[in-house]
Structures are given as structure tokens and as C-alpha cells.
Write a protein that binds this ligand. Structure first.
Ligand SMILES: Cc1cc2nc3c(=O)[nH]c(=O)nc-3n(C[C@H](O)[C@H](O)[C@H](O)COP(=O)(O)OP(=O)(O)OC[C@H]3O[C@@H](n4cnc5c(N)ncnc54)[C@H](O)[C@@H]3O)c2cc1C
Length: 387
């Protein structure tokens, strides 16, 4: 969504409802989610009922129709708990859903978007391959045109929600890169199409309850209508624009997680004692809290500015990368300080900051590593200077 379809009053209601859902229904069950490596069905159903599977999908397709300035405020609430909650509907609203919203044909939108927005369909974004993560232009999955459609072959890895997916948004090469472009197109492949094989769930460092897996496409046949936008040339552009938008969202999620780590730290520092003194009275502990607070506030402002610049169209390249770089690195430091403030307790599995420390490590890796964000920012600045 570029333009919001939700007035400020209605949005305030959505935000209040989401905050209450996160803090009263999900926060108390974080341990359960972690132990079961799954989001309980009643939480999934509640999220569906609240429209969270489609908050960034336009209202004509059954979504809530939030724009990115609203999306980031929502994401800051969602980041306050197990990041697996957001991941459950993150691909529908974000990287996968936005490819359809921005580049799909009317027919593709009417076939899929309503079901994506309601949560009936889980959509996954299948770009990364072995050897083609930071450099997706080097992907090797192939789509060959036939009289009645396309045949897709390839190997994707680390695909979020793959074990639950009903639809894969699959990037594949229709020709070698040439002067006209990367040769990458994007296809809508139902998960039950013959030849689609989803591997075993990956065993990850954190974000228990959010699942990823390899996906193998072996002679998968799809009709002509599966080619997104009806054009072989939109694939790479669709991936880059969906990822850039997603970066602002991930930055906001980082701010939410950092706020939680800070709140846990303040609570602990205000109650735990050493030698009869509350640890929050030690100035070195106060200094850690101060650094956390400064990071959270700077991140929040940056995210809102990047979202504003996205919606106005002023900056859809450098600002998203700046926000992602700063906020994901910031939450890494804030989570690390939170563990430090908790002392030995911070290393124990039943303490929220231990989970946050592991959960947020991913944010610096996916949707472009910190190194890739630096390259985008640096390259963008030089390009501007040369024009
Ligand atoms: C839990 C999880 C969920 C994911 N979900 C999805 C998903 O839903 N869909 C999807 O398509 N992908 C997904 N990914 C993949 C993710 O986007 C990639 O892992 C990420 O982009 C990094 O690519 P890579 O793993 O191939 O690492 P590499 O690109 O091999 O990076 C290794 C190191 O080299 C550095 N590096 C690489 N290229 C350069 C360069 N040109 N200059 C300087 N440094 C460089 C990197 O910054 C990094 O430090 C997911 C990954 C994880 C771990």
C-alpha cells in the first residue's frame, strides 16, 4: 500500500487493539511458543479475526489497507513479543503479498489477494538459493516457456513459512542476464502443484514458532497466468521493491523488540539487588539503560521518517536501508545490554531477554545483511553525487 485507506481514528483503534492483543494474549504465552516451536491455534485464529494477515493489503481485496507510516507503528507493537508472531503473517503482508499488490495483474489479484488478506492462504517469498542470497541476480532457478505455460526447476532455501505455505512467489530465470536486464521473472506457484517439494523444517538459533525450509521445484508446470504482471521483466524489480519496503518494516520490528528489551531491563534493574543495593542504583547499570533508551528513541524517529519518505515517494532506496541498518544493529546492542543487565539470569532460557537476544540476531541477516545495506546506501549516495 502506498496511500492509506484508514483514517487516523480507525487506525488508533487498530493500534490499541493490537497492543492489547500482543501484551495480554501473546506475551504471557511466549514460553509456550518457544517450547512448542509453534504459535498456538487460538492465537493464529485471533490474529486472523483482527485482520493481521492482511493489514498491508488494500481494502478492495479484504485487507485493512494500512500505508507504510501506519505499518511501522503496528510493527513496533508486534516486535514487543516473540518475533514468530509477526512472522506468521509477515510474508502475506510483506515480501510475498506486496509483489502481488504492486505488480500482479487484476486476475492474479482477484484470485489470491482476498485469501491472503484473510489468512486462508499463506504466501511465501522464494528468492534465496544456495549461492544466491545477498546477490539474488545470480539465481539459477529456471522457467522454460511451453505452449501451455511454464516449467519451473530450481532449489530455494531458508524460505519463511514454507512448511505452511499454500502459495509460493517464486523467482526464476527465463533467460540469461543481458543488456536488457537480469532475465528474472516471478511466478505464482500453488504449494500443491506437482513437483513442489518442501524440505524438513530448519533448526534455527531463535524465533521458535517461525518456520523456514528448503523448497525444491522439479518440473513444476504452471499456466501462462502464473507469470506475475504478465511480463518476464518485472521479477527483479518486484523483488527489489518488495524487499526495500520490507526493510522499513523490519526496522520498526527491531524498535519494538528493543523497547521490550529495555522495559525488561528497567524492571530487572529496579528490583534485583546485590549486597542489599538495588542494581539500578549503580551508575554503570544506569549507563547501560541510557544507551538502550537512546537507541530505541533514535530508531523510532528514524523508522517513522523512512516510512514517511517511502509513502511520499521521496526516497525508496537509501532511507529503507539506513533504517534497517541502524535499527537492526541497534536492537542487537540493546538486547546484548539487556542480557548484561540481567547478569547470569540473562543467560537462562526462561528469561525473556535471552529469547530476544536470539530472536533479533536474524534481523541483521535477512532481507539484506548489514553489509548489503551499507553497499546500497554508499552506492546510492555516490550515484546521487554523480548526477
Ligand atoms: C530465518 C531466515 C528466514 C529467511 N526467509 C527468507 C524468505 O522467506 N525468502 C527468501 O527468499 N530468503 C529468505 N532468507 C534468506 C536471507 O534473505 C539470506 O540468508 C540473506 O540474504 C543472506 O544471504 P546468504 O545466506 O546467501 O549469505 P551470503 O550472501 O553468502 O552472505 C555471507 C556473508 O557475506 C557477506 N556478503 C555477501 N555479499 C557481499 C558483498 N557483495 N559485499 C560485502 N559482503 C558481502 C554478507 O553480508 C554476509 O556477511 C531467510 C534467511 C533466514 C536465516
Amino acid at each position: 500500500m502506498t496511500t492509506s485507506q484508514v483514517g487516523s481514528e480507525d487506525f488508533r483503534h487498530i493500534l490499541t487493539q493490537t497492543r492489547s492483543f500482543v501484551r495480554t494474549s501473546v506475551v504471557p504465552r511466549e514460553q509456550e511458543i518457544m517450547d512448542a516451536d509453534a504459535i498456538p491455534d487460538d492465537i493464529r485464529d485471533a490474529a486472523k479475526a483482527m485482520g493481521l494477515f492482511g493489514y498491508a493489503i488494500p481494502q478492495e481485496w479484504g485487507g485493512l489497507g494500512l500505508d507504510l507510516t501506519q505499518d511501522v507503528d503496528l510493527a513496533m507493537e508486534l516486535g514487543y513479543t516473540s518475533l514468530a508472531l509477526r512472522s506468521m503473517f509477515g510474508t502475506n503482508n510483506g515480501i510475498a503479498g506486496q509483489v502481488l499488490v504492486a505488480f500482479g495483474t487484476d486476475e492474479q489479484k482477484s484470485t489470491w489477494l482476498e485469501r491472503i488478506a484473510s489468512g486462508e492462504v499463506v504466501a511465501s517469498f522464494a528468492l534465496t538459493e544456495p549461492g544466491a542470497g545477498s546477490d539474488p541476480a545470480g539465481l539459477r532457478s529456471q522457467a522454460i516457456q511451453t505452449d501451455d505455460g511454464w516449467i519451473i526447476n530450481g532449489e530455494k532455501r531458508f524460505i519463511t513459512n514454507a512448511p505452511l505455505a499454500d502459495l509460493f512467489v517464486v523467482f526464476a530465470r527465463t533467460r540469461p542476464a543481458d543488456a536488457d536486464g537480469t532475465g528474472i521473472a516471478v511466478f505464482l506457484v500453488p504449494a500443491d502443484a506437482s513437483g513442489v517439494q518442501v524440505g524438513a523444517k530448519d533448526r534455527k538459533m531463535g524465533q521458535e514458532g517461525a518456520w523456514t525450509a528448503d523448497v525444491h521445484f522439479a518440473d513444476v508446470r504452471v499456466p501462462h497466468s502464473a507469470l506475475v504482471g504478465g511480463s518476464e521483466d518485472v521479477g527483479y524489480r518486484a523483488a527489489m521493491s518488495s524487499l526495500a519496503r520490507g526493510r522499513v518494516h523490519i526496522a520498526a520490528l527491531s524498535v519494538g523488540a528493543a523497547q521490550r528489551a529495555l522495559d525488561e531491563s528497567v524492571n530487572y534493574a529496579a528490583t534485583a539487588t546485590q549486597g542489599g543495593t538495588t542494581i539500578g542504583e549503580f551508575q554503570l547499570v544506569q549507563a547501560m539503560l541510557a544507551d538502550q533508551q537512546a537507541g530505541v528513541m533514535a530508531g523510532r524517529s528514524l523508522v517513522r521518517e523512512a516510512a514517511r519518505a517511502w509513502v511520499s515517494g521521496e526516497d525508496r532506496r537509501i532511507a529503507p536501508s539506513v533504517a534497517k541498518l541502524f535499527c537492526t544493529e541497534m536492537v542487537g546492542k540493546v538486547a546484548d545490554l539487556a542480557v548484561q543487565i540481567h547478569g547470569g539470569s540473562g543467560y537462562m532460557r526462561d528469561v525473556p531477554v535471552e529469547r530476544i537476544y536470539r530472536d533479533v540476531r536474524l534481523l541483521r541477516l535477512y532481507e539484506g545483511t548489514s553489509e548489503i545495506q551499507r553497499l546500497i546506501i554508499g552506492r546510492g549516495l555516490i550515484k546521487q553525487a554523480l548526477h
